[in-house]
Ligand binder design. Structure first.
Ligand SMILES: C[S@@+](CC[C@H](N)C(=O)[O-])C[C@H]1O[C@@H](n2cnc3c(N)ncnc32)[C@H](O)[C@@H]1O
Length: 295
């Protein structure tokens, strides 16, 4: 279980994960950015000093190690199962050409499988490719009692450098999820992840995306000395987090050959019952597709 200190520093999929937090008070989708209070705006404005280049290069070199250590400390206990994806998949299943068609899914950056196992439970006829660059996370997936090689293939892969076609036939995947993964990748390399996924998607297939949005509570909690660049921060455990705007994400996907289907902020308030605190969460939830015909 994550220790209190880790909870304070590793905000990750942000207490969508921790039992400390109750159900959201509200969840609404918005077109506009969250408005900051005066104090919040001032805090972000004053936080100008960036982590040294030397340390930034080290963090990049050790990104995989830092995530692997994260799973060593937390094993499978940190992130909560993500059931919103099953709602999305209902929509996708309805688009199947025939009832018998087996949907092929890629969970890119699967962690310990919090998205893939709920999906497989609901529909054992799916086939899921699941990859992550933490060898420990991949082992946890394979050790899960619900793991079955007939319905799932888990493998280790750095999405910024290892060609997915080494494990997945090109143009074969019906839908890929990318959930709280791109924020962990250096902004200069995000396009490489999308290009990699693009290759294995069927024409017309989508990426379902969910990640941190600009001005999420987690962004405002970073202490001075954590800033790596614009909207990019490092946690105490060395894992990094980027906070997306809709425009940034749209550009990134469009420049790698995707078409936008939807792209929205999800604004929530979550309550920490123990501390009697209500905090604003900002996520971004989007769907981008590989066009049917390449121009
Ligand atoms: C916040 S976790 C989310 C895990 C999972 N998608 C979920 O929703 O529970 C981010 C994951 O991205 C993985 N990751 C980060 N950079 C990666 C890369 N370059 N290639 C593959 N996986 C990466 C990490 O190992 C970690 O498991």
């Amino acid at each position: 279980m994550a220790s209190k200190t880790e909870e304070n520093t590793h905000e990750s999929c942000e207490k969508e994960s921790s039992e400390l937090w109750s159900e959201p008070l509200s969840q609404r989708k918005e077109n506009e950015l969250r408005l900051l209070t005066f104090e919040e705006a001032e805090k972000l404005q004053n936080d100008r000093d960036l982590v040294s280049e030397f340390k930034q290069l080290k963090l990049e070199r050790e990104a995989q190690k830092n995530w692997d250590l994260f799973y060593k400390r937390n094993s499978t206990n940190f992130f909560k199962d993500r059931h919103w994806t099953t709602r999305e998949f209902e929509e996708l299943k309805a688009c199947r050409e025939t009832e018998q068609q087996r949907l092929i899914i890629l969970e890119a950056g699967c962690g310990v499988g919090n998205c893939l196992f709920p999906l497989l439970e609901e529909d054992p006829s799916l086939f899921v490719y699941a990859c992550d660059f933490s060898p420990r996370a991949v082992d946890f997936v394979k050790q899960n009692p619900s793991y079955n090689a007939e319905t799932c293939k888990a493998f280790q892969c750095d999405l910024t450098k290892d060609d997915l076609t080494g494990n997945i036939p090109a143009n074969s995947v019906d839908v890929s999820t990318l959930i709280f993964v791109l924020s962990a990748v250096h902004p200069d390399k995000m396009h490489l992840v999308l290009q990699n996924i693009h290759k294995v998607l069927k024409p017309g297939a989508c990426v379902l995306f969910r990640d941190y949005g600009l001005y999420d509570h987690a962004m405002l909690r970073f202490k001075p000395g954590s800033k790596l660049g614009e909207n990019f921060y490092v946690r105490q455990d060395g894992t990094r987090s980027f906070f997306f705007t809709k425009d940034y994400l749209q550009c990134l996907f469009k420049n790698t050959g995707f078409e936008e289907m939807s792209n929205e902020y999800v604004l929530r308030e979550t309550v920490n019952k123990k501390e009697d605190l209500c905090v604003p969460r900002v996520f971004i939830q989007s769907k981008f597709c590989k066009p049917n015909k390449q121009c």
